[in-house]
Write a protein of this length. Structure first.
Length: 421
């Protein structure tokens, strides 16, 4: 890997210097950078020398002056420039291990890199955290981190992660506390393993970590039809019990799926605190609904318009609520159409795992002027679905026009489109 440049921001210093896609940043002030942490550190300077390898192979040395806080505007292909720290676990619930062949290559990468956790909010298990890593974290006082805990029972965690080093989780979390490094914790709930009394133990242990523990997210295990080993899924009774146990502890939230499985309403926003684990599905539906309710809707639009919200099964109730509200606008007709996953199996109900073919089969016969989909269905900064097919392919197969919600937790740009239609 290298500091490969995928683009530059418009009007930036990098654009002015004619740095572009395909170029590689070799060094700053003679120092070869390992990751975006190094990059951000060395960019906090008013004078610097960049060594750039152009796409053509030519190497350029660029001296520049800028304001201390001014950004260069370089966009990198990856936040890590050297080798990604790979996952050394073989978790019994690993989603990567229950994927078929033929998906995007990046989906098969099992990373467990503290740098990506700090920079991008990905989850780490700490099983491959070295003393050198700890020294760097402490020296730079990095944080917060996102840590996959699952259980604090050493024997059970070794069993679940299939790694003899996994039993040291509380030692590592206490080290973070000692260094005053904040972190968020995640628990993937696997019925029959880390639920019930084991969950009680884990939450009690985590609550002892004080202010360093920022939040705890409990999410249900995802089981696809490609899974070879048997693993129980969360049912209604388990969901109800988990919500009850979690309610006894501060900073602990269950993901939206638990409330849907339990047949309960999505909690009010006060339940989620600062919505710190949104990407784990903790509060995403509440944020979507509250944001929608804050929008002032017109009583009428100038001409007839029909929109279909192609949503995940998990978000169906939210989009039915939204559609019912929008249908009060004269000349507007909206419907929510959940995309059932035939690819992964019915247990997978989130939008981020919807494939092009399942979307096609859901909307091809829908009578609507536009199909609205969330941006999370597509790979960031591209128009590609999980299975590698493009949005253009879906348009061709369905003969439909599409609107993409620009924010994963809001449909404001779609409402703007409706109002201006």
């Amino acid at each position: 890997m290298s500091a490969l440049i995928s683009g530059v921001e418009k009007g930036s210093i990098a654009e002015e210097l004619e740095i572009g896609e395909g170029d590689v940043l070799l060094s700053i002030d003679g120092v070869k950078l390992k990751d975006m942490i190094d990059y951000n550190f060395f960019c906090k300077s008013e004078q610097m020398t960049l060594e750039i390898q152009k796409k053509s192979g030519e190497i350029e040395e660029i001296e520049l002056e800028k304001d201390y806080e001014e950004e260069l505007g370089i966009i990198f292909e990856s936040a890590v420039f050297d080798k990604i720290k790979h996952c050394l676990n073989n978790c019994i619930f690993c989603f990567v291990a229950q994927q078929p062949k033929g998906l995007r290559k990046s989906l098969y990468i099992k990373d467990d890199d503290y740098r990506l956790s700090y920079l991008q909010g990905t989850y780490i298990t700490t099983t491959n955290l070295t003393e050198e890593d700890k020294r760097r974290i402490a020296k730079l006082h990095l944080g917060p981190f996102y840590i996959s805990v699952h259980t604090t029972n050493p024997e059970l965690r070794i069993k679940m992660l299939r790694n003899p080093n996994a039993g040291k989780i509380m030692d590592n979390l206490k080290w973070f506390k000692k260094q005053d490094i904040p972190f968020h914790a995640q628990i993937v709930l696997c019925p029959g393993l880390n639920d019930g009394e084991e969950l009680e133990r884990t939450l009690k242990d985590l609550s002892s970590l004080g202010k360093s523990l920022l939040s705890v997210a409990i999410v249900p295990v995802g089981v696809t039809q490609f899974r070879e080993e048997e693993l129980q899924t969360v049912d209604k009774n388990t969901a109800i019990e988990t919500i009850r146990i979690a309610s006894k502890y501060k900073k602990v939230c269950c993901s939206d799926e638990f409330f849907l499985l339990a047949g309960e309403n999505i909690p009010k926003k006060s339940y989620y605190g600062s919505f710190s684990q949104l990407d784990d599905g903790v509060g995403s539906l509440r944020m979507l609904i509250d944001d929608f309710d804050s929008i002032k809707l017109p009583s009428k639009i100038s001409k007839k318009l029909a929109i279909c919200f192609a949503c995940s099964v998990a978000a169906e109730a939210a989009f039915k609520y939204i559609s019912n509200k929008l249908n009060k606008i004269d000349n507007l007709t909206c419907v929510a159409k959940p995309v059932v996953s035939t690819y992964w199996g019915a247990n997978i109900t989130v939008a981020g795992l919807i494939t092009s073919e399942d979307l096609i089969n859901t909307v091809k016969d829908v009578d609507a002027d536009y199909i609205a989909i969330p941006s999370i269905m597509l790979k960031p900064y591209t128009n590609l679905f999980l299975d590698g097919q493009s949005l253009e392919y879906v348009k061709e197969k369905t003969n439909k026009r599409f609107l993409i919600a620009e924010d994963n937790y809001s449909i404001r740009n779609i409402i703007d489109f409706i109002v201006k239609y």
